[in-house]
Design a binder for this molecule. Structure first.
Ligand code: GCU
Length: 599
């Protein structure tokens, strides 16, 4: 292919992405909080067209053209088409889609009867990766990013009676995506979370922030935002259990500041107290169950509700191990979180992308703190001009959905990015500033694995640590890197000595049941060898200055296409403390005992 032809194609591609980004910014309306709303679920069976060649685009599948005369024919149709479950990834539902990365067209019909003064929104919990959404053949909007919610107002697009909703989903990966081209998990594609129709009045409560002011144990500092034509209204924030009936008035932008104090029973792992909170305006009411807690870093300590805290954590991927499928339901969440509780955890790091809402809400109910992260993961094309707004967009969607979830104590803005990548430090410093601007009441971090390890000494030199409230380090000593001395004699030099240090990943692989005694050649992949890594790591933990917590990689073995050893992996990353059948490996008991020992 001559390079001019290649160049012109590159130009077209770049133009296409710019167009999409602009469209993306225009189409999406502000996020409605789904709970306590008049919601119609569109979950269930959806007809699909699997489109590996991507020809559905030029065939305009969303128009669902029908032959008008004998000589007409169209090489696609939803009639007689296969059916897939929503929410659900498509890879685990049809074996021909196991490793599929490409386009699948989804269709769902729904009935509607329009009423005067009512507005209608189409809300997606998440679609991986690209979504183009059509209602009755008309484009409603597009969204990029597989792990955050989005919605479109379709008031003017629906008609009385049956309506056709078509979604073009593409889970193809590309260089300036988030994540980029390479990542260590199965790229589950599809409409992976709940789809809802939400009806509101003309002016509704679009968003609110009801959380304690940074550093306070009793004062709420927040706001309420209205959306619609009647923006200046009286509002009341009610917490009946505490006899709180706080009154305010929204301004011409529809915003009201909220500030009041109360003797809250604070939320904590030991007592996950939540209060029923109602927000009422003259035209709308929303309800939520909200917990109140304060989280801070004081010197080199992590402090919850004024008390120092040790973070006993575990990494979790959003996968139901028993189904080998994307987790999406409250049941899936409870399955994963119960295992973390049983291990003795008080925190779960939801790797490496925002997990579904059920995970956060169930964790909050169970008294598990949550670490939420956006997939700025390893190979990120920071030089690409669309990256900053894409990262910011994803960050905003993550914070907007969960800002009232007290379980979330930390926002993680990147994982294992490379310092050599042009623009990395500047882009991540900018992103950190933006995160602080939209939520200064939680901790912020970047997960780093660039440390040098020589002469049994860790040198944490990466200046990105300066952007973080806690130092989060991934290290796989004993697995990818051999020990260089006694773990208990490990030394440390830190670029930011005054900050708490968190071991955000460590561990090694073992195939459950592989009980071979670890002799030199058979060391790897045995439970005993993985267990040895854990005992050594725990010895090393005693040497870490200002250690505020640890987080094994990870809870369950999980699917990853890059892990293809025919005997020990078979498409699974086997660093789980539990196998994909929930079987406890030796290392499970070592960490459980360690967490038990920490008072
Ligand atoms: C990395 C990375 C994980 C990955 C793990 C591993 O640190 O953050 O996503 O799965 O190492 O190699 O198993």
């Amino acid at each position: 292919m001559n390079r001019y032809k290649k160049r012109s194609e590159e130009w077209v591609l770049a133009l296409f992405f710019i167009l999409i980004t602009v469209e993306l910014a225009n189409a999406q309306t502000a996020m409605i909080n789904v709970q306590s709303r008049n919601v119609t679920s569109l979950n269930g069976d959806w007809s699909v067209i699997i489109d590996p060649a991507g020809s559905g685009q030029w065939q305009q599948v969303w128009l669902e053209k029908q032959p008008q005369k004998k000589t007409d024919f169209f090489e696609y149709s939803f009639q007689g088409a296969p059916v897939l479950k929503v929410p659900g990834d498509f890879n685990s539902q049809l074996c021909e889609l196991t490793w599929y990365e490409g386009t699948v067209w989804y269709k769902k019909e729904f009935n509607y009867r329009a009423q005067k003064g009512r507005r209608l929104f189409l809300h997606f919990g998440a679609v991986n990766y690209w979504a183009d959404v059509y209602v009755n053949g008309e484009k409603a909007g597009s969204h990029e990013g597989g792990f955050t919610p989005f919605q479109f107002e379709i008031t003017g697009k629906v008609k009385d009676g049956p309506n056709a909703l078509v979604v073009k989903v593409n889970n193809g990966r590309y260089k300036s995506g988030l994540p980029g081209l390479g990542y260590d998990w199965l790229n589950y594609g599809g409409i992976t979370r709940d789809v809802d129709l939400i009806e509101t009045g003309n002016t509704f409560i679009e968003d609110y922030n009801i959380q304690l002011k940074k550093g306070s144990l009793n004062t709420v500092s927040g706001w309420v935002q209205l959306n619609g034509s009647q923006l200046a209204q009286n509002i009341t924030v009610k917490i009946p259990e505490l006899n709180i009936f706080y009154k305010a008035r929204t301004d011409n932008e529809g915003v009201a500041k909220v500030e009041f104090s109360a003797a809250f029973k604070l939320w904590s792992p030991g007592s996950p107290k939540r209060y029923k909170v109602m927000i009422e305006s003259e035209t709308d009411t929303v309800e939520d169950n909200i917990g109140f807690r304060s989280i801070e870093v004081k010197g080199s300590k992590v402090v919850l509700n004024g008390k120092q805290l040790f973070l006993k954590a575990v990494n979790i991927h959003e996968e139901n191990p028993f189904k080998g499928a994307r987790a999406s339901s409250a049941k899936d969440a409870v399955l994963l979180l119960n295992a973390a509780k049983e291990l003795g955890c008080n925190l779960v790091r939801l790797a490496h992308y925002p997990h579904n809402e059920h995970m956060i809400k169930e964790a909050e109910k169970m008294g598990l703190m949550v670490w939420s992260e956006i997939p700025v993961y390893q190979h990120i094309d920071f030089a690409d001009s669309s990256l900053p707004s894409k990262m910011e967009g994803m960050l905003k969607e993550m914070v907007r959905r969960d800002r009232n979830r007290c379980a979330i104590i930390i926002w993680s803005l990147s994982n294992e990015t490379y310092p050599g990548t042009p623009g990395r430090d500047k882009a991540l410093a900018e992103l950190t500033k933006k995160c602080k601007a939209i939520d200064s009441a939680r901790l912020i971090t970047h997960v780093i694995n660039t440390q040098r390890y020589q002469n049994n000494t860790f040198d944490l030199w990466d200046t990105l640590y300066r952007q973080a409230d806690i130092i989060a380090i991934n290290e796989y000593i004993g697995w990818y890197t051999p020990w260089q001395g006694l773990p208990a004699a490990t030394k440390w030099t830190l670029v930011c000595p005054e900050k708490p240090v968190f071991i955000s990943e460590f561990g090694g692989e073992a195939l459950y049941g592989n009980k071979n005694v670890p002799t030199d050649e058979a060391a790897y992949w045995t439970e005993a060898y993985q267990a040895k890594i854990y005992t050594d790591q725990i010895e090393m933990f005693n040497t870490v200055p200002d250690l505020c917590g640890v987080c094994p990689w990870l809870l369950f073995d999980y699917r990853s296409p890059g892990r293809m050893h025919p005997v020990y992996q078979k498409g699974y990353n086997r660093k789980g403390l539990l196998s994909d059948k929930g079987e406890k490996k030796k290392a499970w008991y070592i960490i459980k005992e360690y967490y038990n020992s920490i008072r």
